[in-house]
Design a protein around this ligand. Structure first.
Ligand SMILES: NC(=O)C1=CN([C@@H]2O[C@H](COP(=O)(O)OP(=O)(O)OC[C@H]3O[C@@H](n4cnc5c(N)ncnc54)[C@H](O)[C@@H]3O)[C@@H](O)[C@H]2O)C=CC1
Ligand SMILES: O=C(O)C(=O)COP(=O)(O)O
Length: 526
């Protein structure tokens, strides 16, 4: 497995790749988009920070890429839908830079309140401008926080210690959660109206883009000070610059920009604006945290499929993964079996779980079934990341339920696939702790081993059929390793399920089909 580190990652992270058996790492920082596109095809993993832009164009060239790991939080530099479509897991490292970014925010707010950068610069010109740089206290002022997530809540906690009154807006947080932090949740309008200082800690989304614009600034307090250590496009830079020039906004502290580096924009050039070059996460501690986290996550995914902190796949790790793995395997086999027997368009998939499996995370199991089901049907690679998307694109309705069924099995997985023509049902369970078995196919019950070369014969339960099948295959040199016979009623419809040591060629299949009482013969590989 080859991993490319394309941004400045702490050495501790690179070391983890170097020490991992089965991983080869290249560190190439500062590649142009064209250069990255040229080489990305060789890599299975990509470790980045914010500088590398993983666009749809790069992803289209990433023929072997399985995982993109962001050492940090914001993923606005990764085209997540494009990655998901190609089955590439996208991960970040939440929490690793939270304290550092919160501390930077508070440093920026204090520096802004006391004009520290401007005063420093003045002194370095030999001046002593005491009056010009008189500032304002934070004590007893209202801090408005937009986005009370990890960073926002650390900012809240620390600034309450400075005697600030904190109000916050976060539509995804409950009153109760905010109350536990001792913070009053308000509407966005209230936060804008009440804040003496306003700080932004939201991800860049369609809702947050351009949030600080002329219209919203107009409802803020005169003399408000604005801090942005989230993402540049959350602020309309021209509107903010204009509001500072007019005196409506007293000043701004900015770490992130619409375009990075921004050059000498109207905002950056303004004396009342203090700025840092996207330094929010730049401390040794945070960089070590996020590099170690991302390298460990990428390594574990590439080497054993453990998914942690992915934004486009359910998280499965550690002990939970160990318990889940046999079920993931069982579900994939059941899916693969049906995917190879179904011949018409799929309308819906229903997953029903009963027994001890219901204590586990079921979504990955359903996705694993889908992966098996869709792989024989669609041309592109289908995996845990893109299977739900592929199903959705094909208009397949999904449902997943837990049922209590007084069955004979410790756990039972039932999947019902409805096609344009009919309903296909399979049930599966684990024998022992990890032996996957299909125990029902439509009306037929048995103990079917879904592995290797299979032949599925449907016909009628008549004397001599089994012998003829064995003789026909034997004549072609095919050895049967496992044999299951199931029927509804004596003499009625029957199923012959064969595991063979070698692949059954077309001629042998044709011969099986020509036998009396054999209606169909199908070859499957699982
Ligand atoms: N300047 C820097 O170097 C850094 C910047 N960041 C930026 O800070 C952002 C926040 O980071 P974390 O706190 O770790 O993420 P988080 O996911 O813990 O918090 C984000 C919060 O924003 C809230 N939110 C989402 N949409 C919202 C909306 N429309 N209005 C109000 N709130 C909304 C969410 O509910 C969540 O609570 C990141 O997305 C990233 O863009 C993060 C780390 C370093
Ligand atoms: O983690 C984040 O979201 C950041 O913005 C930090 O960005 P960086 O790793 O310094 O490019």
């Amino acid at each position: 497995m080859k991993v490319l580190v394309s941004d400045n990652l702490s050495e501790l992270g690179v070391q983890i790749f170097r020490e991992a058996e089965g991983i080869e790492v290249d560190v190439k920082v500062g590649l142009s988009p064209d250069d990255l596109k040229q080489i990305i095809g060789q890599y299975h993993g990509l470790a980045i920070r914010g500088a590398t832009k993983v666009t749809a164009d790069i992803i289209a060239a990433a023929d072997n890429l399985k995982v993109v790991g962001r050492a940090g939080t914001g993923l606005d530099n990764v085209d997540i839908p494009a990655a998901s479509k190609r089955g590439i897991v996208v991960m970040n490292t939440p929490g690793g830079n939270t304290v550092t970014t919160a501390e930077h925010t508070i440093s920026m707010m204090m520096a802004l309140a006391r004009n520290i950068p401007q005063a420093t610069s003045s002194m370095k010109q030999g001046k002593w401008e005491k009056k010009k740089f008189s500032g304002t206290e934070l004590f007893n002022k209202t801090l408005g926080i937009v986005g009370l997530g990890k960073i926002g809540s650390v900012v809240a906690d620390r600034t309450m210690g400075l005697g600030m009154r904190v109000v916050a807006y976060d539509p995804f947080l409950s009153e109760e959660q905010a109350k536990q932090m001792g913070i009053r949740l308000c509407t966005l309008q209230e936060v804008f109206k009440e804040a003496d200082f306003l700080t932004l800690h939201v991800p860049l989304t369609d809702e947050t883009r351009n949030l600080i614009c002329e219209k919203n600034i107009s409802i803020m307090k005169d003399g408000v000070r604005i801090v942005n250590c989230s993402r540049g496009p959350v602020i309309n830079e021209d509107d903010l610059a204009a509001a500072i020039e007019s005196g409506k906004v007293a000043g701004a502290a900015v770490d992130v920009y619409a375009v990075e580096p921004p050059g000498l924009t109207r905002l950056v050039s303004n004396d009342k604006v203090i700025c840092t070059p996207h330094l929010g996460a730049s401390t040794q501690e945070a960089q070590d945290n996020v590099a170690v986290a991302v390298a460990t996550q990428i390594r574990d995914y590439l080497l054993d499929g453990t998914i942690r902190n992915a934004v486009n796949a359910p998280a499965v790790a550690g002990e939970a993964l160990e318990n889940l793995k046999p079920y993931l395997d069982l579900a994939r086999r059941l899916g693969s079996f049906l995917g190879q027997t179904i011949q018409t368009g799929i309308k819906s998939v229903e997953a029903q779980y009963s027994g001890v499996v219901t204590d586990m995370e079921l979504k990955p199991i359903t996705t694993s079934f889908l992966t098996g089901l869709l792989t024989p049907i669609v041309a592109d690679e289908v995996n845990q990341v893109n299977a739900p998307m592929v199903a959705k694109e094909r208009g397949i309705l999904m449902s997943e339920t837990k049922v209590s069924r007084g069955e004979d099995f410790l756990s039972l997985l039932r999947f019902t696939v409805v096609t344009e023509r009919r309903e296909h049902l399979v049930e599966g369970t684990l024998f022992g702790k990890s032996e996957p078995r299909m125990v029902r196919y439509g009306p037929f019950r048995g103990e079917f081993d879904l592995s290797g070369n299979l032949v599925l014969l449907q016909g009628y339960d008549k004397p001599g059929v089994i012998g003829k099948v064995g003789t026909a295959l034997g004549a072609k040199g095919v050895n049967i390793s496992h044999f299951q016979f199931a029927r509804k009623i004596p003499g009625g419809e029957a199923l012959l399920f064969l595991n063979t040591d070698s692949r059954v060629e077309d001629a042998a299949l044709d011969e099986l089909r020509s036998l009396d009482y054999v209606e169909s013969a199908r070859r499957l590989t699982i």
